[in-house]
Design a protein. Structure first.
Length: 281
């Protein structure tokens, strides 16, 4: 039987799980995985359910459950598990995050499709093409930024992109683009936010004698580096580490954290609650 993934978010109240479970039972479905969380601060309920059902199309399941979702005031989404999300990756000149995504994609660990990579430089063109992915060079200057961002939106539409990954893309997205793609752009920040902003963050951290460095994957908003956090990790360092050593350690963390965030988003494990997230493991 096909396996489907259901995600649901609604005001918290008794009977949510019972209603959806009953609806799935009437479809002949078998629940194989379920995660749920009721957020007291916002009175919001989030749920992700994997289930097998003798129904080929996710839209058929959605139609059957829609009246129950409406009664609960719920936003509900259902897709076949083998319906892979399509990601557009953006890079500049650093390749470590891109290569990690390609590796996990190639081994099947990252269940997404990557039809195109966009860059404001040509440094990584051969790397991208080596992996059989289309490469689009979209240079950006202050004068050409609006046209460049429109070209990006055109690529999103042309390739039927579900979400965008900034794999160390060293350009700030405009306010209008952030709002156009709200909840669909994931960035990796080379710091354990909140942290050191601007140029050479690891050098700043080294000068301050920090004992932890890290990286943060978050959704992009028009408030720079303040978007809802999806994943983070840190490494302990000492006074003996140079700034170059901190950079090497930091890049290792960046690629792992970004890949975990992309995987969580692609599998429908991330729920937005304003400036916060619920992330099911």
């Amino acid at each position: 039987m096909p396996t489907h993934v259901l995600t649901l978010q609604c005001p918290d109240r008794p009977g949510i799980v019972a209603s959806i479970s009953e609806g799935l039972l009437l479809l002949g479905a078998n629940i194989v995985e379920n995660a749920q969380f009721g957020d007291e601060a916002t009175s919001t309920f989030c749920m992700r359910t994997r289930f097998e059902a003798p129904v080929e199309q996710a839209q058929e399941v959605h139609s059957e459950l829609a009246p129950r979702a409406e009664a609960l005031g719920a936003d509900i989404s259902i897709r076949r598990e083998d319906d892979r999300r399509r990601a557009l990756i953006m890079v500049s000149t650093y390749d470590h995050c891109l290569l990690d995504l390609f590796y996990r994609w190639g081994t099947g660990e990252l269940s997404v499709d990557i039809p195109v990579v966009v860059s404001n430089h040509t440094d990584l063109q051969s790397t991208v093409c080596h992996h059989g992915v289309a490469f689009e060079h979209v240079p950006v200057t202050a004068a050409t930024k609006p046209a460049a961002e429109q070209r990006l939106l055109d690529l999103v539409l042309r390739h039927d992109i579900d979400f965008v990954v900034l794999a160390r893309y060293m350009q700030v997205l405009s306010q209008s683009l952030c709002r156009e793609l709200a909840g669909r752009v994931i960035n990796i920040h080379h710091s354990f936010l909140p942290g050191f902003k601007g140029a050479k963050p690891y050098h700043q951290a080294w000068r301050r004698g920090v004992k932890l460095i890290g990286a943060t994957a978050h959704y992009v908003t028009d408030d720079l580096d303040e978007g809802p956090i999806i994943d983070q990790d840190v490494a302990r360092v000492t006074h003996s580490h140079s700034s170059e050593q901190l950079t090497i350690i930091g890049r290792d963390i960046e690629r792992v954290v970004l890949s975990r965030a992309v995987k969580a988003h692609a599998e429908g494990r991330v729920f937005l609650l304003g400036d916060r997230t619920v992330v099911f493991s």
